[in-house]
Ligand binder design. Structure first.
Ligand code: GLY
Length: 456
């Protein structure tokens, strides 16, 4: 039997840990640094998944040492940040099988201008764009452009760096926030300004092993806006329907068909992978995430590429995938993806994200995610959920008296599966109502919030 280490601490990472723990080849999953929510799940209680604390989990040599000392057979790096700081480089140098690209290749996500360059080289359709280093030049550009734009911080911004603008004033404010106020830090030293596109968003994934590509023939839909489109009160209060890292997801996407999957592979995935392998000569081992838009005229365009699974996309895809993830992961490392058969079950899945909503602060109020949010609210109701649902934890902590408490804006994912999307939705919504985040400063009212239109 083998041991796996999942590097990360969020919902996607918890989900990957759970999926590896289901493998017939795995008897232990180390979750580093993990999160305390794992102890509230059956596999955590059975010590199948164990959160690991190192003196410094950002010291990648220490991570490598842990893997060697504990006979770890495979490391899966869940998020872009450690990849862009070279975790896969350190592990690969020590011959520790790792899923996740080297630092140089993680540029595909950490440098949007480079992504656009790659897409042009691969001749893949994408919206019109320009790159700016100077906020004054960027402002002049959007004043006169005449169509709506998305202003994107060039660097990493935890999935929140793309600001969709309705008009020139919004675009000027976005440039000011990103380039002058530096709300995303140095990631805003440059911006990419792109034509805003309307249509249906598709999140599409592929595994690469340095030689072959395994496009997942199943895709899902993420919901990035913070609020439901008809929640006018919240949208007005927050100054727009703010972008988030994702507020929910469903799978299969209503547009899944063999013909669209084949089209995505032919028009997007293969040209990009061909460029990576043959033009750049990169030995890329890991996941590629294609953020796509399909417009009403049936045009497919790429609006982002990431170097890891999506969050919350991973949570529904992994529930639907019946292939053993450890077998898949080892095939990535050993260049054997051509041997892997992808098998999908027949269920539909819905992921609702329970977020921190409006809560009382010691002085005043926290508006809630994605703006300032409170912490330390006791999470109640998990024991009342119907059997068969998955709960993956993200922003949680433990408190001496309150037990499991909230710690982040996106707190937990509740995933339900059923034979139709409608049944999966009903089950998810029926159950999320059983969960509460107890606002101890406000007569124990619940300050949990979730979107009501996931999967509609
Ligand atoms: N769900 C969007 C992301 O993971 O970036």
């Amino acid at each position: 039997m083998s041991k796996v280490l999942v590097y990360g601490s969020g919902g996607r990472d918890h989900c990957l840990a759970d999926k590896y723990a289901n493998s017939q080849h795995v008897d232990k999953v180390f979750f580093l640094p993990g999160n305390p929510g794992v102890l509230y799940t059956p596999k955590g209680k059975k010590e199948m998944i164990e959160s690991v604390r190192l003196s410094d989990s950002n010291d990648f040599n220490e991570v490598a040492r842990f893997c060697t000392e504990h006979n770890v057979s495979l490391v899966d790096v869940g998020s872009e940040n450690p990849l862009s700081r070279g975790l896969a480089d350190v592990l690969s140098q020590q011959n520790i099988p790792t899923i996740g690209p080297l630092k140089e290749f993680a540029r595909i996500e950490s440098d949007r201008a480079f992504t656009n360059f790659l897409l042009s080289a691969a001749n893949v359709p994408k919206p019109e764009y320009r790159v700016f280093f100077d906020p004054v030049e960027a402002a002049d550009y959007v004043k006169n452009i005449g169509y709506q734009v998305v202003v994107k911080a060039n660097g990493l911004a935890a999935g929140k760096g793309a600001l969709c603008c309705d008009n020139a004033d919004d675009a000027l404010a976005a440039i000011d926030d990103i380039m002058v106020k530096k709300v995303f830090g140095d990631s805003g030293n440059r911006v990419v300004i792109e034509q805003r596109k309307y249509g249906t968003e598709i999140s599409f994934f592929a595994y690469l092993d340095g030689k072959h590509v395994l496009p997942l023939k199943m895709f899902c839909q993420d919901y990035k806006p913070a609020f439901d489109p008809d929640d006018h009160e919240a949208i007005e209060k927050f100054g727009g329907n703010l972008n988030t890292g994702g507020t929910g997801c469903y799978c299969p996407h209503k547009l899944v068909s063999d013909s669209l999957v084949n089209r995505i592979i032919k028009e997007i995935v293969n040209p990009v992978v061909n460029c990576i392998y043959n033009d750049y000569g990169w030995n890329y081992k890991g996941v590629l995430y294609f953020g796509l838009n399909l417009d009403d005229d049936n045009n497919l365009e790429v609006f982002e590429i990431n170097v890891r699974h999506g969050d919350p996309e991973c949570e529904v895809l992994m529930r639907k995938l019946s292939t053993d993830l450890f077998e898949l992961g080892m095939a990535v490392w050993e260049g054997r993806l051509d041997e892997i058969k992808q098998v999908w079950n027949q269920q539909h899945y819905v992921d609702l994200i329970a977020m921190e909503g409006r809560s009382k602060a010691s002085r005043g109020w926290n508006p809630g995610y994605p703006k300032r949010y409170g912490k330390g609210h006791k999470i109640e109701g998990l024991d009342d959920l119907e059997p068969g649902l998955a709960v993956y934890f993200a922003g949680v902590d433990t408190h001496e008296e309150r037990g499991l408490v909230t710690y982040g804006g996106r707190v937990l994912h509740l995933i339900s599966g059923d034979e139709t999307l409608e049944k999966a939705r009903e089950k998810a919504y029926r159950n999320i109502e059983k969960i509460a985040f107890v606002d101890h400063n406000k007569e124990n009212a619940s300050c949990m919030r979730y979107r009501k239109t996931i999967g509609l």
